[in-house]
Design a binder for this molecule. Structure first.
Ligand code: ABU
Length: 393
């Protein structure tokens, strides 16, 4: 375990033999991967209750309203899988960096509020968005995650020092006062039928108000010149609008899907390589988006049902569609959770080399192989994969 607030050691941050200069460069999710961040499960907690999110694990020791550390044995197992994954990537010649955990059980405050815990630093994808030479710190929308950027500051400082071309940006830190949340949202939403919930998703009438821009980086899917931003429990229209204005050289699109619990686009609408995108089962994209892809000669694959469908892990707030939360090592090679054999077979039939990775223990810490990583460098440059327009796209 890394000591709180210390700079990671060399063995945490670099393959011993890697002397290549550091270069921030990633325009999509499939070009050959050279440098990546892998999260850590250290000190993670079930966060204290807050308006943005509801955690209720009555069978696993944390019923509604309670909070505290994730069980030590779960943390150790998740860290073992994360460390093994990082080592496997290093053996393939990929430079791996790790965040610097802090004490996530501490109380945090701004002049507007006090909150009884932080969260963790396992899903770096939620917080950091690499677009080209820029790494952008997202606003986040949970009070428990307001200070999570601190875990990445040692790493971001080093990237900034080592790569003279790196752009280091941070979206406006949000106030996250009560005005940012619809009061009583969860009590109402959880009593609605699936159809009613889907109507709320379609109309973007979820927990966040439009009081200020809010987004998680994991709600952005990068397809070269086109960025797709999912409106979700953690990303509002204003967050999308901020991203649209922030990336004037891109076409930035707001999207929704038939997902009653939208939380990050990378278990819904998953780019695999130019011309091929995966959508996760019942989480259909809006018809106009599907048509836009087809018109540009992209094939849309419907993912098979995840192997984990019947067995949600203890203390997990993620859905079984984490199966589709994969990491491309390049346009032909996909890291997939090792138990997701049906999906691996499906994608192998499209010509992918599959790298099975044991990762089930990481899910309760906030995600799968894509959530657990942030690409810092991939070969390649900015390309336009969608020369034809359609409707609002
Ligand atoms: N952070 C990814 C969670 C995605 C999902 O459960 O659908």
């Amino acid at each position: 375990m890394t000591e709180y607030g210390t700079i990671p050691t060399d063995s945490d941050t670099q393959p011993v033999s890697d002397t290549r200069p550091v270069k921030v460069n990633a325009w999509n999710g499939w070009d050959p991967l050279r440098h990546v961040v892998v999260g850590r499960a250290d000190n993670a907690v079930v966060q204290a209750p807050e308006p943005a999110v509801r955690r209720d694990f009555p069978d696993d020791g944390y019923p509604l309203g309670t909070y505290g550390p994730m069980p030590a044995e779960m943390t150790a197992e998740a860290n073992e899988q994360l460390d093994n994954f990082a080592e496997m990537l290093r053996r393939r010649g990929i430079r791996v960096d790790r965040p610097t955990p802090v004490d996530f059980s501490q109380q945090v405050a701004t002049p507007d509020w006090t909150h009884d815990s932080m969260s963790g630093c396992m899903p770096p994808r939620d917080l950091l968005l690499t677009v080209g030479h820029e790494v952008l710190e997202a606003t986040m929308s949970y009070r428990s995650r307001w200070y999570e950027y601190l875990c990445y500051r040692p790493l971001l400082q080093r990237l900034f020092d080592d790569d003279p071309g790196m752009r280091w940006e941070a979206a406006p830190k949000p106030r996250l006062t009560d005005a940012s949340y619809h009061p009583g949202f969860w009590d109402t939403y959880n009593t609605l039928s699936t159809e009613e919930q889907l109507a709320r998703v379609r109309d973007y009438d979820l927990v966040l108000t439009e009081a200020e821009p809010l987004f998680d980086a994991a709600d952005v899917a990068r397809f070269g010149k086109d960025l797709f931003v999912q409106l979700s429990f953690v990303t509002n229209r204003s967050g999308y609008e901020w991203l649209r204005r922030h990336f004037p050289d891109h076409r930035v699109h707001a999207v929704t899907s038939t997902n009653t619990h939208p939380l990050h686009i990378d278990a819904t609408w998953v780019p695999l390589r130019p011309g091929l995108v995966l959508h996760c089962g019942e989480r259909l994209a809006d018809p106009e988006l599907m048509e836009f892809f087809r018109l540009n000669d992209w094939e849309i694959i419907e993912a098979v049902q995840p192997a984990s469908w019947e067995h949600p892990p203890k203390l997990s707030f993620c859905s079984p569609w984490l199966a589709g939360n994969m990491l491309n090592l390049d346009a032909n090679t996909l890291c997939i959770e090792e138990k997701e054999e049906p999906l691996a077979e499906q994608l192998a039939s499209y010509g992918f080399e599959i790298v099975p990775v044991p990762f089930r223990a990481v899910g309760p810490f906030g995600g799968g192989l894509h959530c657990a990583t942030v690409d810092i460098e991939r070969d390649g440059g900015l390309e336009d994969y969608f020369p034809r327009r359609h409707g609002r796209f």
